[in-house]
Design a protein around this ligand. Structure first.
Ligand SMILES: [Zn+2]
Length: 215
């Protein structure tokens, strides 16, 4: 498992939790794609490419819509007081992101666990938090930490664990061309960092087969 010691801790605000709020400039994007096609030696006027700049601009606006997401707004009304203090796990959350080094996709699964501290979040909100951070230009390590720190801070949870498993097109299609390599990153906060048994329980639960599978 590729792990990275990340310097954070304390009450420091996570970088980039809120989107910039600046809307995507589709016209600029579109003309840049036309330039790109020309630079690649293509003819932007030919049949198949006529609407490509428009399509690419819209696709990138969609794939980076996380910048427009406000986490507080997203969680509004979705935090519930509760006495439950056992681990909550949401695993196998699909995500698609863009690596900020090559603007190529990386995609895979996110597994999230947390130990509630008198409040829980509606389960459907966790994949939406994942999307809010995945649909930006990202690196896998930062995506992992942003999800973990957001849950830790917003829920005031006793602990949070996040594991991200991903395939990167920039590794698969170019460079080392390792098609089956999966990069794994994790972020363990609070009890998940301090208590080995909590961390082990989390890792064991996310390794278990899916619901309905014979274990
Ligand atoms: Zn890359």
């Amino acid at each position: 498992m590729v792990k990275r010691e990340l310097k954070r801790r304390g009450a420091r605000q996570v970088e980039d939790v809120r989107g910039s709020g600046t809307p995507v400039d589709l016209d600029v994007l579109q003309s840049l794609v036309t330039e790109m096609l020309l630079a690649l030696g293509e003819k932007p006027g030919r049949n198949g490419l006529v609407r490509t700049p428009e399509r690419v601009a819209k696709a990138f606006a969609f794939m980076t819509q996380g910048y427009q997401r406000d986490i507080d707004h997203l969680l509004n009304g979705a935090l519930f007081p509760i006495e439950y203090d056992e681990m909550v796990i949401v695993k196998d959350i699909d995500f698609f992101s863009l690596c900020e080094h090559h603007l190529l996709p990386f995609y895979g699964k996110v597994h999230v666990g947390y130990l509630p501290n008198k409040k829980v979040v509606g389960l459907s909100k966790i994949p939406r938090i994942v999307d809010a951070f995945a649909r930006r230009l990202q690196v896998q390590e930062r995506l992992t930490v942003q999800i973990a720190e957001t849950l830790k801070n917003k829920l005031n949870a006793h602990g949070v664990g996040v594991v991200v498993e991903a395939r990167h097109f920039c590794m698969m299609m170019r460079g080392v061309e390792k098609q089956s390599t999966i990069a794994v990153t994790s972020s363990m906060l609070g009890a998940f960092r301090d208590q080995p048994q909590t961390r082990v329980e989390f890792l064991k639960l996310i390794r278990r087969g899916s619901v309905g599978d014979s274990d």
